[in-house]
Write a protein that binds this ligand. Sequence first.
Ligand SMILES: N[C@@H](CCC(=O)N[C@@H](CS)C(=O)NCC(=O)O)C(=O)O
Length: 209
Amino acid sequence: MLTLYDYLPSQNAWKVRVLLGLLGIAYETRIVSIFEGESRTEAFLKLNPAGAVPVLAVENGAAIAESNAILACVAEGTPYLPADRLTRAKAMQWLFFEQYYVEPVIGSLRFWSLTGRLERNQAMVAGKREAGARALGALERGLQDTPFLVGGSLTIADIAVYAYGHRAEDCGFSLADYPAVSAWIDRVSGTIGSGYPVHPYSIDPHSGG
Ligand SMILES: N[C@@H](CCC(=O)N[C@@H](CS)C(=O)NCC(=O)O)C(=O)O
């Protein structure tokens, strides 16, 4: 049985919950209380040297960290990760895009906004806002002529980029300025269905949210 080391308000972990759910793969959940330091214990650092969730423990005691690496591993051999070399590389393109332009930008700004940390990160906020607008602009251009990021159906690229992308309004971006992105958000949300809620930080008394 797979074990997902999870933290419910984490949209990185949300990506993994969605894919496992869409594929009907059973798994156990272990909640990691990241704000109480549980992701920095010796035992957890053995699972992920970077000390962050999500982590998926698989067979033989092996564990995979980094949300998009987990997605690629779980999606192997399914339509969510195209087999064709070029199409797969396009999916990878968006997965790497997400980790550079979206998650550390919109993900961080959103985290600071929702948990009262904007003030203490003030020096970085203007740069992140500019980078976030650049990311949404790139996404808008990338979605001009295609219903999903890689062709005609949902892949792990959509799941990854959507995770924080669709919550950009939580940290002050206006998605109405990005019509192709907005239409894609509706498409992705309609495809994955309503079974994967976004959990607010406020469910965790230690988050500051
Ligand atoms: N690039 C990583 C980022 C993972 C990450 O930042 N996880 C956060 C929660 S969203 C975390 O566990 N932070 C705990 C910590 O840094 O101590 C991924 O995509 O999985």
